[in-house]
Design a protein around this ligand. Sequence first.
Ligand SMILES: NC(=O)c1ccc[n+]([C@@H]2O[C@H](COP(=O)([O-])OP(=O)(O)OC[C@H]3O[C@@H](n4cnc5c(N)ncnc54)[C@H](OP(=O)(O)O)[C@@H]3O)[C@@H](O)[C@H]2O)c1
Length: 257
Amino acid sequence: MKNTPFDLTGKVAVVTGSSRGIGRSSAELLAKLGAKVVVSSRKADACKEVADGINAAGGDAIVVPCNIARKNEVEGLIADATRHYGKIDILVCNAAVNPYYGPLLDITDEAFDKIMGSNVKSNIWLSALAIPQMAERGNGSVIIISSIGGLRGSTVIGAYGISKAADFALCRSLAGEWGPKGVRVNCIAPGLVKTDFARALWEDEAMLKRRTATTPLRRIGEPDEIAGAVAYLASDASSFMTGQTIVIDGGVTTAAV
Ligand SMILES: NC(=O)c1ccc[n+]([C@@H]2O[C@H](COP(=O)([O-])OP(=O)(O)OC[C@H]3O[C@@H](n4cnc5c(N)ncnc54)[C@H](OP(=O)(O)O)[C@@H]3O)[C@@H](O)[C@H]2O)c1
């Protein structure tokens, strides 16, 4: 990808929740495109396996563990990444939680606060810590992994959907505030992707059958199919794009039912 707008040589990327799933695929692809990558999740061992793989393949990755629900750990992530690599050019706010399945009005305050704290407030913390240094250099890209759950209603994951819809609004406002300084902020909204996060949805055969029947591509997604869009948004290939959302869902939100 050298000498193409997708080349990330010299760039530094922080990817939350990159020990597995979409975050891992994204970290690995960003590294392949030349970025130095900070691999992060709550579990250092799982991150180390990812970073070791990147380094063994000739890339450059370090591990900084961080629970995105804890402000001191988010501060530590951005500080350690900046100390080690000197800067952050690409921030991928990927980690999120969904501790509650059920009717929206039955959710406890604790579960609701946990969802909003990890899926929205932590993205504000990460952005507040990383964007000003990007703005100083006049260049940076923030990518928030939202969900099609933020685009449509759900009878079981309504609170999660509220948090993911909030991410779209967060992205648009940050894009407006920081665009004049050269920092772009975009969202990706995946549909159902085969990861641990969504295991309850794709392991249920009846549910999977219903879902794929209403999905034009007749299948669910793989993490690598989201990573390509992360790489696009991270790179100069998307240099005129900000405040937007890329929906990657096999067409399910566009399908006639
Ligand atoms: N899979 C889907 O169908 C789907 C659809 C739409 C959107 N998404 C979004 O895609 C993103 C990634 O999900 P995924 O499907 O790739 O999930 P996944 O495979 O379960 O991976 C989640 C990652 O986040 C980390 N993580 C979990 N809680 C964390 C916390 N509190 N602090 C820091 N890291 C944490 C996990 O590692 P540790 O356990 O080590 O912390 C892991 O690295 C999420 O924002 C999710 O909402 C997923």
